[in-house]
Write a protein that binds this ligand. Structure first.
Ligand code: DQQ
Length: 547
């Protein structure tokens, strides 16, 4: 079955097994769902689950963010695109540009597989850098089809090759054309002695005149690895040693599932001079020490606690900010995805920073305030357990909410969004005092069985939570972005939690507050209607995506 092979290739690294099973389940029966974007134009424009201020392709499939880059006044962001709504589809690099990190213009396909070439079955994830004034991409090529991949990997083969492409015309601010270099593949196999379960997703940084590159890998029994290479010209790469190896407990790993030993999308950078390693698995970040080009983990944290966020990618922008993106995948059935004609959304850009306690702070980029339009504000209200379900002042599904709530003696407080008047559909975003967690409760978000009742959703549907300590101030500071089916929540500058909801009732637009087990006090709550970033839910430009 293609879906099984997909999960071996894309390998969600066993964030937890329910995740992998979830992805496998939603990919069932998608083998022949190639789409004609033009036919789908109209339904996608009016699809009320399709976001309005998030980046996505005009139709079909998006997964990992790739190669963010700032060049000639524009942010360039690439992403994994497939004309087939499935993670088994052949992957292309799609390309979008923005001057403000918020309004994106899709430019279509930047990298396509070369027939018979080392990326003939997919241009997989990678990174960008400027080398000698030339924007340069490094990425992984897939040489095997989804059909043959699992069998080949089980025999110990590795389908991945590493490739380089350069901007054909660096004077073009849009960088529309990319040329694969004649030296490709620049790396053909993992280093000898490493029994790699996978070898992909290169990421670059520079020290002095030398480029360093990590490639995601892993060995059964050892764990995920970031393999370190060096280069002076981004054509010839020399293997050094593992930059880092995961600290895993082999007893908690399942030897029959080799790909859970893999670190996908590793990314290494310095923030305030301190080394940070990101890995896709669980949106983890690792901090520690870096000496002689070896990273020693001392602390492990999590950037986004939503199981729908994956394959994180960052860049340092021209303002020396570390900007973060991730793929937000769907949380509904394969059938629903195919019927919708699209799947996958790029997260909002966020800024990572070191907090005083050595953990990473995560907040939306300030540029997002450019989207704010009319607003309503309420202040100083008592929140009691029997309070009104909804606030008459607030409604909407293209909005930003900022709320500050004093916990008082409540057990749980927060905001209710995407709610019907009677609460038969509703999503709760709040703080639980006992467990000291921020949570997103989607248990009642939808009555649609394609999102609500499938066994595959039981692992990811329901309540997701993130550790959040606010005992000192007892003040919950929420910032919630609601964009149709996407909800991105930030709390106290410390944690983020992304979730998906697909209310069946078009009237599930109500917004309210809740307090359980005691009385809390709302200091203030402001809601802005946000401006869509395109008039047609990002459905234009399909001609640039013809493959
Ligand atoms: N997706 C890419 C791989 C990467 C995985 C293929 C992570 O390069 O390992 O689309 O989602």
């Amino acid at each position: 079955m293609r879906s099984r092979k997909m999960s071996s290739r894309t390998n969600f690294s066993g964030v937890i097994w329910t995740r992998r099973e979830f992805i496998a389940a939603v990919s069932v029966a998608l083998a022949s769902t190639a789409l004609n974007g033009a036919d789908l134009a109209s339904p996608l424009i009016t699809d009320r689950h399709r976001p309005r201020f998030h980046l996505m392709p005009p139709s079909a499939w998006l997964n990992d963010p790739n190669g963010p880059l700032y060049w000639m006044g524009r942010y360039h962001l690439f992403y994994q695109y497939s004309p087939v709504i499935s993670n088994t589809g052949t992957k292309y690099w799609a390309h979008a540009v923005s001057t403000d990190l918020v309004h994106w213009e899709n430019l279509g396909i930047a990298l396509a597989p070369t027939p018979g070439g080392p990326d003939k079955n997919g241009c997989w994830s990678g990174s960008a850098a400027i080398h000698n004034g030339v924007p340069t991409l490094v990425y992984t090529g897939g040489t095997w089809s989804a059909e043959s991949e699992r069998a080949e990997r089980e025999k110990g083969g590795i389908p991945e090759r590493q490739l380089v492409a350069v901007a054909a015309d660096p004077t073009d601010p849009y960088l529309r054309k990319w040329i694969k270099v004649p030296e490709n593949p620049v790396l053909t196999a993992p280093p000898p002695g490493i029994k790699a379960v996978g070898w992909r997703d290169p990421s670059l940084w520079k020290e002095g005149e030398t480029w360093y590159m990590v490639i995601g890998s892993g060995e059964v029994g050892k764990g995920g690895m970031a393999l370190l290479y060096s280069s002076t010209d981004l054509r010839k790469f020399t293997y050094q040693h593992p930059l880092a190896i995961a600290k895993v407990d082999p007893k908690s790993q399942d030897l029959s599932r080799p790909f859970t030993w893999m670190w996908e999308c590793p990314e290494f950078f310095f923030l305030d001079g301190k080394p940070v390693l990101l890995v896709a698995r669980g949106n983890r970040y690792l901090t520690g020490t870096y000496s002689e080009h070896r990273f020693q983990q001392e602390f492990e944290g999590q950037i986004d606690y939503g199981l729908v966020a994956y394959a994180q990618k960052t860049m340092e922008d021209q303002k020396a900010r570390r900007i973060w993106w991730a793929w937000i995948h769907e949380k509904r059935s394969a059938k629903a995805q195919v019927e919708a004609g699209w799947a996958g959304v790029m997260s909002l850009p966020r800024i990572l920073s070191f907090r005083k306690d050595g953990t990473l702070g995560i907040e939306p980029v300030p540029e997002l305030t450019n989207l704010r339009r009319e607003h309503k504000r309420i202040v100083n209200r008592k929140l009691e357990p029997n309070g009104p379900l909804l606030l008459k002042e607030f409604t909407g599904d293209c909005a930003e909410i900022e709320a500050e709530i004093e916990l008082g003696d409540s057990c749980q407080v927060g905001v209710r969004v995407r709610s019907t008047a009677d609460g038969s559909e509703q999503t709760l975003i709040g703080f639980d005092r006992d467990s000291q967690t921020l949570f997103s409760d989607t248990t009642s978000s939808s009555t649609d069985p394609e999102t609500a009742n499938l066994p595959a959703f039981l692992g990811t549907r329901g309540i997701q939570s993130a550790s959040l300590s606010i005992e000192g101030t007892k003040l919950l500071k929420l910032r919630v972005y609601i964009d149709a089916s996407v909800i991105e929540t930030f709390a106290n500058g410390k944690v983020s939690l992304t979730d998906r909801v697909y209310p069946a009732n078009a009237a599930s637009l109500g917004i309210g507050l809740f307090s359980k087990g005691g009385t809390a006090r709302l200091r203030s709550m402001t809601m802005w209607r946000l401006d869509p970033i395109s008039p047609d839910r990002m459905t234009s430009g399909r001609e640039w995506f013809q493959v």
